[in-house]
Design a protein around this ligand. Structure first.
Ligand SMILES: Nc1ncnc2c1ncn2[C@@H]1O[C@H](COP(=O)(O)OP(=O)(O)OP(=O)(O)O)[C@@H](O)[C@H]1O
Length: 260
């Protein structure tokens, strides 16, 4: 059986800059893939080609065997690609539950009005998503009052509203304290397994990457330079060269990797 997500030879240039060059990879349902690389490696451009924000110059993207290359973000979202953003994207004045309801209504193409928000629409389903993401007891609070970690959970609940088969998470733990980071990624991993959702995330925190990803893809200057299990990638000489001098290969959790 073919993989849920198949990216084949993706390329994109901006003027003279080749942001992504011939990147291919596959991702199965229920698996978690981290995409890492130094600043400017092409991670965001790759992400944007997967969710339809950018049309590749070359290459194809297939989801469940269907070619989605060149479709816009709304069409890609409808086909089952959810996305969380680096900057939290919720409506501050609305309640937590209402934010999820709006996402659910939007997916069902049902009309809603901000002034006369019905309150009852999709309420049960919204509450199920809030329970799944550990926010049941915050459902009636305005989003503007939430702690940052809870806002990120809410983003995850909103991203799950279209029942995605693939979830794209752009630096999901940016700005969070270490304990919160681990909790959010444990949650994302649990959701991936429970709902058989494939997760692709970009991340600068290597502890998060090595602890939560099933596989890691490394980009450098637009090219894929490594793909494998966290252990394989950590040992890869090209990856080591790219990250030379950065502590992540030798951090406290992987003492066995520390050079003598
Ligand atoms: N819209 C754009 N116009 C011009 N150049 C761009 C555009 N988007 C990206 N680039 C360039 O393409 C290259 C790859 O950028 P991209 O943002 O994809 O990298 P990244 O790995 O996500 O970086 P970071 O970790 O800093 O977010 C960079 O050289 C960047 O300057």
């Amino acid at each position: 059986m073919s993989a849920l997500l198949q990216a084949e030879g993706l390329s994109k240039s901006f003027g003279g800059v080749e942001a992504v060059r011939g990147v291919s990879f596959e991702l199965d349902a229920g698996r978690i893939l981290a995409m890492i690389g130094p600043n400017g490696a092409g991670k965001s451009t790759c992400f944007n080609m997967l969710n339809g924000q950018i049309t590749p110059d070359a290459g194809r993207v297939r989801l469940g065997g269907i070619d989605i290359t060149g479709l816009g973000p709304a069409a890609v979202w409808r086909l089952g690609v959810g996305r969380t953003f680096q900057i939290t994207a919720t409506f501050a004045s609305m309640k937590v539950r209402e934010n999820v309801q709006v996402a659910l209504l939007s997916f069902r193409r049902r009309a809603f009005s901000f002034r006369g928000f019905a309150g009852a629409a999709c309420r049960g389903e919204a509450d199920r998503l809030l329970a799944l993401t550990g926010l049941a007891d915050q459902a009636d609070r305005p989003c503007g009052e939430l702690a940052y970690g809870d806002l990120k959970r809410l983003e995850l609940a909103v991203a799950l509203a279209n029942n995605p088969r693939l979830l794209l998470m752009d630096e999901p733990t940016a700005g969070m304290a270490a304990r919160e980071r681990a909790a959010l990624m444990r949650l994302a991993a649990a959701v991936a397994r429970e709902k058989n959702v494939a997760v692709l995330f970009t991340e600068h925190d290597m502890d998060v990457v090595f602890e939560h990803a099933d596989a890691v893809m490394v980009l450098d200057r637009g090219e894929r330079i490594a793909f494998g299990t966290p252990q394989e990638v950590r040992r890869d000489p090209r990856v080591r060269a790219v990250y030379l001098g950065e502590g992540f290969l030798y951090d406290a959790r992987h003492r066995e990797e520390k050079p003598a």
